[in-house]
Design a protein around this ligand. Structure first.
Ligand code: FES
Ligand code: FE2
Length: 385
């Protein structure tokens, strides 16, 4: 005789989750803006399970070294920039950007093995990047960060930049690339189109949305919807070409979303926004608009963070037909966590997937209209609740 126990072990989906990897992704990681990191002072960055020191020498080059001095372990980020070198606060050993000790003022000679770890850097579009590679190889020429149109030009505002620490493994933020449904429930958008393409080290999300009728209203210009093309170039750096459709016309913005791991269970999330200055709008108003949009985006990230803070790590998400390709995305992401020799075709081959938004749109419109009729606001994590 078989017993029908609804919660017997075989019938309950179990959440599977291995510990987050202690290895850090191979790729270019943005550490922040050069205007902040390149001011001539040493800066401490806790990343990749260690501590780094970032400093700009007198020659103008920004260098990144391991923060701990190979002499007796002093913290170079507490030191001082002298010429093109960073001087350790403990005994004044001078370290150059190439990782070599150049001088020990109190000693006749520098020991032959006086060499510390240096990180390959890239300065581009006002940002500082470092290349992380557990195999210690140089970055391949085709794995680059593309230039961003608009940065530094008169027609666009300067970066409006945010940085925050998130206490979870960074795979959570990557999952967002394929997650259409959360845009409705978390960010208050009404997705009308959603597609992903993964190929080599690039993962792209094409997203269109209408604004939710139950969130419209109030004074001032109304957002009717958004069009967004967002690509990860490598494991941690996303450029989002994001246009807001207002009732009076379109507003172009570039939104950056990047992070670097502190350790296996925390990362620094950074995002920046530049806004195309609308013709006829004084500079000051355009900056105000960038700030306002930046704050709006900030709210969006905080909603994600509120979810991440409480959610479980899950290796076997249970998906429905209208969900995005989480498993394929994670295969793509895996390429950055294995040796180059172990990268397999299923991690890098072109993969396309478009979600049919017909059914979700119907359901969401109905839900939003019911809210309008009842005069109530939707429940949005961190905003209306
Ligand atoms: S520990 Fe750095 S100089 Fe001695
Ligand atoms: Fe999100």
């Amino acid at each position: 005789m078989t017993s029908l126990q609804p919660d017997s072990a075989e019938e309950v989906r179990q959440i599977e989750a291995q510990a987050a990897p202690t290895r850090f992704a191979r790729g270019w990681h943005c550490l922040g803006l050069t205007r902040d990191l390149g001011d001539g002072k040493p800066h401490a960055i806790t990343a990749f399970g260690t501590k780094l020191v970032v400093f700009r020498g007198e020659d103008g080059t920004i260098n990144v070294l391991d923060a701990y001095c190979r002499h007796m372990g002093g913290d170079l980020s507490d030191g001082e920039v002298k010429g093109n070198e960073i001087a350790c606060p403990f005994h004044d050993w001078r370290w150059g950007g190439d990782g070599r000790c150049k001088q020990i003022p109190y000693s006749r000679r520098v020991p032959k093995l006086a060499r510390t770890a240096k990180w390959q850097t890239l300065e581009q579009d006002g940002m500082l990047f470092v290349w992380n590679d557990p195999e210690k190889k140089a970055p391949p020429a085709d794995v680059t960060i593309p230039h961003i149109e608009g940065v530094g030009s008169d027609g666009w505002t300067d970066w409006h930049w945010y940085s925050t620490v998130v206490h979870t493994n960074c795979r959570e933020i990557i999952d967002n690339v394929v997650d259409m449904a959360h845009f409705f429930y978390i960010h208050g958008g009404l997705p009308t189109g959603f597609k992903n393409i993964f190929e080599n080290h690039i993962a792209t999300q094409y997203y269109r949305s209408d604004s939710r009728p139950d969130l419209r209203g109030g004074e001032g210009p109304q957002i009717l919807g958004t069009t967004s093309v967002a690509s990860y170039y490598g494991p941690s750096f996303m450029i989002d070409d994001l246009t807001y459709h207002y009732d009076y016309g379109d507003q172009r913005t570039i939104l950056l979303n990047c992070h670097y791991p502190i350790d296996a269970d925390s990362f620094v999330l950074q995002y920046g926004i530049i806004v195309e200055k609308p013709a006829g709008l004084p500079d000051e108003d355009a900056v105000q608009m960038a700030v306002a949009l930046g704050d709006f985006v900030k709210m969006g990230f905080e909603q994600d963070v509120a979810i991440w803070r409480r959610k479980a790590r899950i290796d076997n998400p249970l998906l429905c037909e209208e969900d995005g390709p989480v498993y394929q995305l994670r295969r793509w992401y895996e390429q950055f966590y294995v040796d180059v020799a172990d990268v397999t075709p299923d991690m890098v081959d072109r993969f396309e997937f478009e979600i049919d938004t017909t059914r979700p749109r119907e359901a969401w419109n109905k839900e939003a209209e019911a809210n309008v009729a009842a005069g109530r606001l939707p429940r949005l994590v961190g905003i209306t609740q």
